[in-house]
Design a binder for this molecule. Sequence first.
Ligand code: NAD
Length: 482
Amino acid sequence: MAELPEYKNLIGGEYRAAASGKCLDSINPSTGEVWARIPASDRTDVEAAVKAASDAFPAWSALPAAGRAHYLRKVGDIFRQHSEELTRLELLGIGCQARKSNVPSPAGGLAFLWDRAAGLTLDAVTGRSVPLDANTLGITRREPYGVVAAIVPYNSPQGMASSKASLAIAAGNTVVLKPPEQASPAILRFGELLAEVLPPGVVNMVSGRGADVGDPLVRHPDVRKITMTGAPDTARAIQRAAADNLTSCIFELGGKSPNIVFADADLDKAAYGVTTQAIYTTNAGQACVGGSRILIQRSILAEMLKRMKAIAEQIKLGDPFDPETTMGPLISQAQFDKVTGYIEIGKREAELVFGGRYGPELVPSRPGGFWVEPTLFIAKDNTPRICQEEIFGPVAAVIPFDTEEEAIAIANDSRFGLAAGLWTTNLARVNRFIRDIRSGNVWVNTYLQTRYELPFGGIKDSGYGHDDIMEFTVEKTAVIST
Ligand code: NAD
């Protein structure tokens, strides 16, 4: 067997193995085979990375904004110059389809993130000036926190790593980044390339199992800000661990987002939007914003189900590198077990509309992959577990409704509050909906469309805060009297 590629941590500008020498296997989700090895780091590596970040902080934060912007653009060039390789590693790692996915191609999307951060460095981080009286002036300065811990989920590894690290260092912080253990190679290879363009210690990366690396990192007294994207229970553990040092957190978490279709909607657009864009073909439903509760006005229920089924039948499950593929596998055996468990629960508590099958026979050429077909249930109301809990796979539930009030009540009956979609041509309803829905993001007659300039975050169990450059700064006040 050919030797497996081994990816390493980035600590103080050095690309190195875990101090213990231990490794974890990376599994290709479309074959089930081990394709790479990553460091199985622990507290020792975290200590070294936080020290490197602390050591780098004074010089990095003292650089003029234009100096930091210069480096950030050079990082953007990594994605322009190594686009093909980094895209390939992302596809091998998470199995998202190459043809159309929510993961921006590294060349286009991710270079843009670093370019944008370079621009923000120059323009956005400014203070205020407030005259108190003729002899006294109040001013504020936006200052970096120091070391930022950036914790990344598996479903968009390079996008999340870039979004967090670019804004944190643009604001003058230094970073210790924890890649997701299921899909680290793309980020770690990016780290190797980063070492060539950034001063040592400005961005560090430590890979390993969640709690082995994440827990000592978020407990570390020299970490002053945490930005984490992942599941609510992980965020709760992090918040508890961060409490001793009162470390400030940003949490971008899961969802159970409602996508509401009214009878007056453009049904062609709505059927496509709620079926593909919102759930199945976005990372096989492993998307925090997945519109997994589809609320349909009863008068168009039969017509919508017919259209959605026809659209779902066109989805082609398979090898992520095949240009014909429109939906890839789930990330892991654990995620496969969780999602298929929910399918079995759904069969008991609701009615299956389409899908419901899973396993090797779905893609016989790749029997080791974690395959689940697009699955839709119809529920009587919003109470079943498949309507309340985040499944994080290609499984959605339709909930019929009659009136607008009922739709809003069902939509808001959730412990999550990440996103919501509305399909209607009634502008007054659009205005009411935007006001009344309890979520961080609202899409009207579209879904998932966004740009990095728009804030993205949630409420309730979907977290709080945004990965925004200002959130990586502390505002200091000074009052100067003559
Ligand atoms: P996860 O919570 O299992 O893991 C996220 C990260 O936290 C990983 O890097 C993991 O290693 C780390 N971690 C685990 N235990 C930790 C601990 N005790 N201390 C510190 N770090 C720890 O999430 P996941 O399975 O990788 O991702 C799926 C979840 O992420 C879903 O709930 C999804 O909705 C959410 N998500 C949210 C957004 C958003 O922007 N709101 C985007 C993508 C994913």
